[in-house]
Ligand binder design. Structure first.
Ligand code: NAP
Length: 319
């Protein structure tokens, strides 16, 4: 079967650090085209063709699917343009900034018969998939409590993460990782309730820290409780603990959401499971490419992107 020919929009930090290489290494995928505002940066990703114009990639007849890696505010515009041009889309997280935009984007993808997937790469990591399997198969008993934290201490001046106009802020940037993990562990919960929110802007225009207490109806205990923390000002740490009625699972290292090409472990009760080093970005491109070609593969379900987007809306509204 032919490779899926990917067109990439943007050649910033993530494309250079990880995702251009992941496409080059992925089975069933070719880096056909990259566009960046600066042609030299697009060329540096070593595509078959480089452009200084995003539109040129979208309109290219030799591009089958578009990977969007632009600042968050630009995602919706380019998702819609790519879908309208008949391309499948894999878009960096957060896919869009509101649940209404997510609904619109998925509706257009469905109408066009095209795949639209949010590239929350942590969900493709075999350890995360195992954690989700352990929890959703009932191995821990009913989920009673969840702790998900993703924090690091500084964002460089001028980075879009500090700009409200560009969809910055800790909740959009890193808070969505624990929220995706939470909803993956709660397949029967349509929407968690927001109990309390603490957001710290620290004199900037975006949330430097967001802490959210969340809840959902549970049986027989009454309710489950989740605590999610995202911060650009707290020490570097990523933790994930899922407490069931009978046992718990947790990721002990500080790479719960960004383990990349390194061996990793998952604690399930008293037992520790080991995972070989893996590039979850590459797994993501391989599986989405396979789905595009009509083969086997897993993609983050639209329902999960929608559930997370609604909760992000609710947390932002509670501010
Ligand atoms: N999955 C992950 O592990 C992960 C990690 C980091 C980031 N991300 C996501 O990936 C996306 C890009 O993040 P990044 O860290 O690579 O950011 P970045 O280095 O700042 O790149 C952002 C890209 O946005 C484009 N852009 C267009 N107009 C812009 C403007 N007015 N101001 C700033 N940028 C503009 C730039 O494209 P040109 O190249 O054309 O100039 C730039 O390459 C974001 O959605 C982010 O949430 C995901």
């Amino acid at each position: 079967m032919n490779d899926v020919r990917w067109g990439v929009l943007g050649a910033g930090w993530l494309v250079n650090q990880a995702t251009a290489g992941a496409i080059h290494h992925a089975e069933g995928a070719t880096l056909q085209a990259t566009a960046a505002r600066d042609l030299a940066r697009a060329e540096a990703t070593q595509p078959v063709r480089a452009y200084a114009d995003y539109r040129a990639v979208i309109d290219s007849p030799d591009v089958d699917a578009v990977y969007i890696c632009l600042s968050n505010d630009a995602h919706l515009t380019w998702i819609r343009a790519a879908l309208a041009a008949g391309k499948h889309v894999l878009c960096e997280k957060p896919m869009v900034l509101t649940a209404a935009d997510a609904e619109l984007a998925f509706a257009e993808a469905t109408a066009a018969g095209l795949l639209l997937v949010e590239a929350t790469w942590s969900r493709w990591h075999p350890r995360m998939r195992r954690l989700v399997d352990v929890v959703t198969s009932g191995g821990l008993g009913e989920v009673e409590a969840f702790l998900g934290t993703f924090t690091f201490p500084a964002v460089p001046e001028g980075n879009y993460r500090l700009s409200a106009e560009h969809g910055g802020g800790a909740l959009y940037d890193i808070g969505i990782y624990p929220l995706h993990a939470l909803y993956a562990c709660l397949p029967d919960v349509e929407e968690v309730g927001v109990v309390a929110v603490d957001r710290d802007l620290g004199g900037t225009e975006v949330d430097l820290t967001t802490k959210a207490a969340l809840t959902w109806p549970n049986h027989p205990s009454g309710s489950g409780a989740a605590s999610v923390v995202a911060s650009f000002t707290m020490p570097e740490s990523q933790r994930l603990v899922v407490r069931g009625a009978e046992s718990e699972t947790q990721i002990d290292d500080d790479q719960a959401f960004t383990s990349w090409r390194q061996a990793s472990q998952l604690r399930v009760g008293a037992h520790v499971e080991s995972f070989a080093p893996v590039d979850a970005y590459q797994v993501m491109f391989e599986e989405v490419s396979s789905l595009i070609r009509g083969g086997e593969g897993w993609a983050l379900p639209p329902r999960d992107s929608l559930r997370v987007a609604r909760t992000v809306d609710a947390i932002r509204a509670a501010r």
